[in-house]
Design a binder for this molecule. Structure first.
Ligand code: SF4
Length: 106
């Protein structure tokens, strides 16, 4: 079970700060690569995460994407080359999944 923290309005970026999304490489592929299906586990999950991170590593807006995901404490998906577990570690969120996806693309 994940613990969620409420995000304050002041934590959210202004709309003009989100223009980086127009250059996002993930716009060119299926969202299914960046957001896991229910109960996905094991090698299939690792492969999907690896493939998504490869795209992130080539993305021109990886830095603002990463900053955004951390600022709003995005709970799901691959953002800025970070998996959910990567962000949990950075943000000090306890998740305790057995599957470690440590792999940095930036
Ligand atoms: S860094 Fe990854 S998730 Fe972020 S915009 Fe680029 S491709 Fe999409």
């Amino acid at each position: 079970m994940r613990a969620f923290r409420t995000v304050r309005q002041s934590d959210l970026p202004e709309p003009e700060e989100l223009n980086w999304r127009l250059a996002a490489m993930c716009r060119l592929v299926s969202p299914a690569l960046f957001f896991h299906p229910t109960n996905e586990r094991g090698p299939k999950r690792q492969k999907r995460i690896h493939e998504a991170k490869k795209i992130c590593s080539q993305c021109p807006v990886q830095r603002p994407c990463r900053d955004y995901a951390l600022a709003v404490r995005e709970p799901f998906g691959i953002w800025g080359g970070m998996s959910e577990e990567d962000r949990d570690r950075i943000l000090g969120r306890g998740r305790g999944r057995a599957e470690d996806t440590t792999e940095r693309s930036a």
